[in-house]
Design a protein around this ligand. Sequence first.
Ligand code: GLU
Length: 457
Amino acid sequence: MTVTVRFAPSPTGRIHIGNARTALFNWLFAQKHRGRFIQRFDDTDVARSKQEYADSILYDLHWLGIFQDATEYQSKRFDHYDAAVERLKAAGVLYPCYETPEELDLRRKVRRTRGLPPVYGREALALTSAQIAEYEGDGRRPHWRFLLPNFVSDPLEPMRTEIRWNDLVRGEETVDLASVSDPVLVREDGTYLYTLPSVVDDIDMGISHVIRGDDHVTNTGVQIALFQALGAVPPGFGHHNLLTTVSGEGLSKRTGALSIQGLREDGIEAMAVASLAVLIGTSESVHAMPTMAELADHFDPAATSKSAAKFDPDELLVLNRALLHHMAFADARDRLGALGIGGERAEPFWNAVRGNLDRLSDAAQWWKIVNEGPQETSELSDEDRDFVRIAFDLLPEDPWDAGVWKAWTAKVRKMTERKGKALFMPLRLALTGLSSGPELADLLPLMGREGTLARRP
Ligand code: GLU
């Protein structure tokens, strides 16, 4: 069996790191099993879905390193859902209901006071054709419910009916079909809720594993029954824990919280986002994986905890630094070029500064310092200024090599008897304008003798 997974967001906003977690779980699962990854846009809600959001989701996924084998839109597949509706009706497992939301609400309350579970009582099954004609005459349109197979012969006498599956993440799972209402599959206006199109697509697209957030666990019980009603073998399922903010709130596409776009624009590396999105809330320690292949090696859905995982954006910066510190020039070259950092000094420059960067774009500031001199004026005491002047007079002659800093400071130490911080700090301030930064031994050859002399106070 070819492993085939899908990531199925509704294109109603930009995706956030929690959505990326679902996408990555699917992607890495497919990678591990040499399977296929299908992008499905759940856009049956045509009023709220927008192509621009679908495009932005594709852009964000590509940025993260996720590439689809196929892209499908539910809005182009209504005829498949209509056909499934006809099959379910013909099988007698899709029935019309005429209750208004207020009537349903009242019924739920009554059931509660009677100590019954607040599920739909299937009253519509008892409607006579005269009653139906009356509703229709009043202009009421039906919504359609799927009759869950939780009874022996009388649907009005449901009984405990366990649907079981071995969840890729959570292990043995059970949903009792008597504890849930017959789901509405089609609304009064003929539009589809998510349940039926999702199952029809999973069947048609040969989905072998459905991997999604654990807010769908109960849906899975219902969906397995629907797969069976449509004559299909249900796929495997995996439900990962959800991410929350540090204060425990859920992430929402609508609020734009921690959108992938926002993180990208903030200079966070794609692999920092991917590493955290995948490893947080698992028994693996969270550390920066430089490539998707390495992340795949550390990915184990069964190592995911069942409780929600708190997501702290500050952790992203820690991972970002770690990735930049080890990033090879070849992997940074193009983006450095876009910042105006090029030529033959670009590689030694990158190797000199990468250990001091929070974000790759911070390199631009160091490029300026190296080429133009300090960008901030540093206050040197009179004594330090005199020391720096003497030191500059001792600068070795050209040509300079990688050992120039060592040779220079040895000479300065000997002549001035300064050492340690008293020696380095005034030189660092004079050369860069800052009290910390990359090794001066690496920066000095990049500045060159002329450039260095121009910084003489
Ligand atoms: N559109 C659904 C959602 O975003 C898909 C759930 C699923 O993967 O089945 O919740």
